[in-house]
Write a protein that binds this ligand. Structure first.
Ligand code: BTN
Length: 284
């Protein structure tokens, strides 16, 4: 990977949970699979696994993730929450990661991606990035409800692809195709991990009921620092978009905001208010 210089990345991340914990592979089956296995053998919070190529990249809904050598960013971060995150709040990690990825892409390329709930990065109607969070839970105890033991945050971004296989071409694009310029993955990785550290910090505070006040770019946006408010501003999909949802037998309707847990609501053509649980939201 010619544009991967670990000492530079480590210096940039010195003040984050990822400092000194970056692992790089030329080829791997799946960085998510590797991170889940590493979690099982005691890898610490903040361990990051990056590959130039994945031979069995995993996508949401049991799909594979197109992971050709060199052109994409394939990264997984292992998170072991310092204070327990209840299972009911696990979706917030996905939403936070979408915001971090959106911010990193904009800082690196100037391109403003849309976020299709829960966390697809979209440019000009095509997917440029996807996020797969895989987690295991710890059972409820006398002191805590069932909570996350760890979460693996997997992020794939199409960076310098100049073409896609015919079956993906109508659906997928890359940062290079949209901007007309080559982008160093190293810079995107730095910006992504800085933004992710920032978002996870904001999330930890918010889940403890301490709305933040200072310092982080996450907190300087107008209209409040709360995750749901920020996600609603960042995504045109949350409100007023006509969609088809491939869930519960499939239905169509208009998106109607997020509920208090971060799930997307859709006012269905059948007159019912639906809660989208797992994604599969497409333009109708
Ligand atoms: C999606 O289907 O939208 C999610 C795609 C997630 C792909 C990334 S690439 C790095 C990490 N390792 C994997 O096997 N998958 C995720």
């Amino acid at each position: 990977m010619t544009d991967f210089d670990r000492p530079i990345i480590d210096r940039a991340l010195a003040a984050t949970r990822f400092a000194g914990r970056i692992h790089h592979f030329e080829t791997i089956q799946s960085t998510n699979l590797h991170a889940v296995e590493a979690a099982g053998t005691g890898a610490p919070d903040g361990s990051v696994y990056i590959a130039d190529e994945q031979t069995a990249g995993r996508g949401r809904g049991g799909h594979t993730w197109h992971s050709i050598p060199g052109d994409g960013l394939y990264l997984s971060a292992l998170i072991r929450p310092a204070s327990p995150i209840p299972l009911a709040d696990a979706l917030w990690i996905s939403l936070s990661t979408g915001l971090a990825a959106q911010r990193a892409v904009q800082q690196t390329t100037g391109l403003l991606t849309d976020i299709r709930w829960p966390n697809d990065l979209i440019l000009n109607g095509k997917k440029v990035g996807g996020i797969l969070v895989e987690s295991t839970s710890a059972p409820a105890t006398a002191h805590h409800p069932a909570h996350l033991r760890f979460a693996v945050i997997g992020i794939g971004i199409n960076v310098n692809h100049q073409a896609f296989p015919p079956e993906l071409a109508p659906l997928a694009t890359s940062l290079r195709r949209e901007s007309g310029a080559f982008h160093a993955r190293e810079t995107l990785i730095q910006n992504l991990l800085l933004a992710l550290d920032d978002e996870l910090y904001a999330l930890e505070l918010e889940l403890r009921g301490e709305l933040p006040s200072a310092g982080s770019p996450a907190f300087t946006l107008p209209g409040g620092a709360g995750l749901l408010a920020r996600f609603t501003r960042a995504s045109t999909w949350v409100q007023g978009k006509r969609v088809r949802v491939d869930e519960a037998g499939g239905y169509t309707g208009i998106t109607a905001g997020l509920d208090a847990r971060g799930f997307l609501q859709v006012a269905g053509d059948d007159g019912l208010l639906h809660t989208v649980l797992s994604g599969g939201v497409r333009p109708a």
